[in-house]
Design a protein around this ligand. Sequence first.
Ligand code: GLN
Length: 544
Amino acid sequence: MTTKYIFVTGGVTSSLGKGIIAASLAKLLQAQGYRTTIQKLDPYINVDPGTLNPYEHGECYVTDDGAETDLDLGHYERFLNVPTSQANNVTTGRIYQSVIEKERRGEFLGKTVQVIPHITDEIKERVQILGNSGDYDIVITEIGGTVGDIESLPYVEAVRQLKWDLGENNAISIHLTLIPYLSAAGELKTKPTQHSVKTLMESGVMADILVCRTEHELPKELRAKLAKFCNVREEAVIQSIDASTIYDVPNLMLEQGLDKVVLKKLNLDSSTPDLTQWNEFLNRHKNPKGEVNIGLIGKYVELQDSYKSILEAFIHAGAENEVKVKIESIHSEYLNDDNMKFKLGHLDGVLVAPGFGERGVEGKISAVSYVREANIPFLGICLGMQMAVIEYSRNVLGLKDANSTEMSEQTPHPVIDLMEEQKSITDKGGTMRLGGWDCELLEGSIASNVYKTKTIKERHRHRYEFNNIYKEKIETAGMKATGYNPDTGLVEIVELPEHPWFVGVQYHPEYKSTVANPHPLFVAFVKAALNHSEKRKGVSMAQE
Ligand code: GLN
């Protein structure tokens, strides 16, 4: 079949959850047998979000092919269980970079290079790359930002042209808006939506479907009013009411018939989506039989989005273990040896988060030291793993001032160091060790028991590495390297066999956890936390 395209735009305000709506719709279509993928177009000038601070844009999500992308791609993978790639995330920076490179190569044959048609053509080409691959029946393209923004204009124009080129039943647009509730008047208001649809129309794009974010049920009359003023059918006014979990949204969209309206407009057959596995997960997630407390130690703890994939991986792993994982966010800058017991003593597990730069690292190192001695289950991810190696080197090997050269270039013991090939790199964007790398697991290790296989492939995003010069010394002291890259010999996993559950990984397991495939390492970590909590309960009962 020819690939069908669905464009998702947003109006009135940002943060309406376009990514979740796109992912939920994709889930419903996938569950009816349609091969579906989602793409995000971001209207900022950074070539990719890799250089963005998490305070600006939340987590940077990494794909198998090593693209540094928007966190919405994480939702797409978690919902669909299908990997995304560089083609699934395009920014204005990348579009311009590509057009300017073509201009330098003389590809425009002396023409004046302009926003229309050159930039818009480049956008159209990027949208169709996924469709033309033959891998998908339906491509959903989410356009970042809000309609009416200056930077969104070329994208909306590209949507207008694509809808025209592809024809009515091959490309449709969904507009996501907000219906605010004025509590003083006790009323839901449609005017901002009317204006936003009008703004979209000024650019020549008619919304086929409206998805209305709301805190209260939309009454029938209000839907009729919206339909009339916004040129859509009443059945195409879909309510998106606030949900207690994002994983409820596919079912809420199903109840509203979003999938049916979409398929009808695309001239495709609709059936009842098979959400059996999804609903089993939801059921386990919502009916936990126990609870574990896990500390997430990082420096961006004020912002939920900075550790999005880690938090979601815990939801998947919690459901798998049938427990509620309560996450306590702990700011590493405020941790020190004096308050450690108070801040961490009650926890069933501690995760030391990824990160960059010096701020807060000493608190992370102290935290590792505490959980190592208190036998609390520990998972260190990327920088967290590096902190575990530094802590062990300092406190067990006695290498005072051991450090990563990221934090101290002059350290006498660079147990974490830059690889030779990284030393000459000055550009920050896209130059880390990125994407999927093979890792061989040592038999009998926690990792090999958890993954139940010999070779794994996990995603990376870092510059610094375990320094193999220290490997022998560290291993003799007791910390074991249990996973390594077969081509480079780089250490990817460290463990402490003497500890109940202590694992540090140089890669990011959280990126690969999905509803259908909860990540085995997170599942095992939550299980270890559960064991720890039960053991502790046993001890306190024995004391009573
Ligand atoms: N800053 C460290 C490095 O670049 C760790 C990066 C991370 O945690 N993602 O190696």
